[in-house]
Design a protein around this ligand. Structure first.
Ligand code: C5P
Length: 218
């Protein structure tokens, strides 16, 4: 078993997709299953951290020994994260938060008509983008999914959102990304980029937590 090297740390992990309603029967979402975030919550709890798992709709079982906070929309996730932020030491944003939502939610089912139609969208709040610039003692870890220029785009995110670490996923690599139990990630910090080999999401979670602990203690 792992030592309880995270005892005393309050870690909030976000996981899974958000759902943005269009009407009572339809919503916009993405392919996130929540596996990476849940693996992080499980690993952190096993290592003694006080873990809050804030998650969108997933098919996964709740993680034992964590505080479970289910949400549906990006707005709800924003509120769940910001309301706990003062009492959080480490925030790991593994959730795939929708960037846009329908500008209006219809009260009744939208009926089809002849011809094409389009949906006006508005931006959701950028959770990390809002709290990054306001952080005090907190360690902030974001995730990044890119299909090109992984390190360049993710390093830009680190600076722009005032993060301490970005876990970059290349969606084009076999065994990485949505749905699978393995991942290939690059850890990006102010000191540079370090690519990890193909590993289970459980091992990736421990590697991410190792890096966070090392950086918090240095
Ligand atoms: O800039 P980009 O959306 O690619 O950044 C991804 C990171 O930002 C992820 O950690 C994600 O959880 C977080 N995010 C957020 N609020 C949003 C969208 C993404 O905190 N509205």
């Amino acid at each position: 078993a792992r030592p309880k090297d995270l005892a005393g740390l309050r870690i909030a992990v976000t996981a899974g997709p958000t759902q943005e309603a269009l009407d009572p029967v339809r919503y916009l979402t993405n392919h996130s299953t929540g596996k990476m975030g849940y693996a992080l919550a499980r690993a952190a709890a096993m290592r003694g951290a006080d873990v809050t798992l804030i998650h969108g709709e997933t098919a996964l079982q709740p993680v034992r020994f964590t505080t479970d906070v289910p949400v549906t929309t990006a707005q709800q996730m924003y509120e769940a994260v910001t309301s706990r932020f003062e009492d959080t030491d480490v925030l790991i944003m593994a959730a795939a938060v929708a960037d846009y939502r329908p500008a209006a939610v219809a009260n009744d089912k939208i009926k089809k008509k002849d011809g094409d139609m389009s949906i006006p969208l508005e931006r959701t709040p950028d959770i990390l983008g809002t709290i990054g610039p306001r952080k005090a003692h907190q360690f902030l870890c974001g995730f990044s999914m890119e299909t090109r220029d992984l390190v360049e785009n993710s390093s830009a995110k680190l600076t722009r959102k005032n993060l301490d670490m970005v876990v970059a996923n290349n969606l084009k690599v076999a065994g990485a990304g949505f749905g699978v139990d393995t991942n290939v990630v690059t850890l990006i910090t102010p000191d540079g980029a370090r690519e990890l080999p193909l590993m289970s999401k459980a091992d990736v979670a421990d590697a991410i937590l190792d890096e966070i602990l090392k950086r918090k203690n240095s």
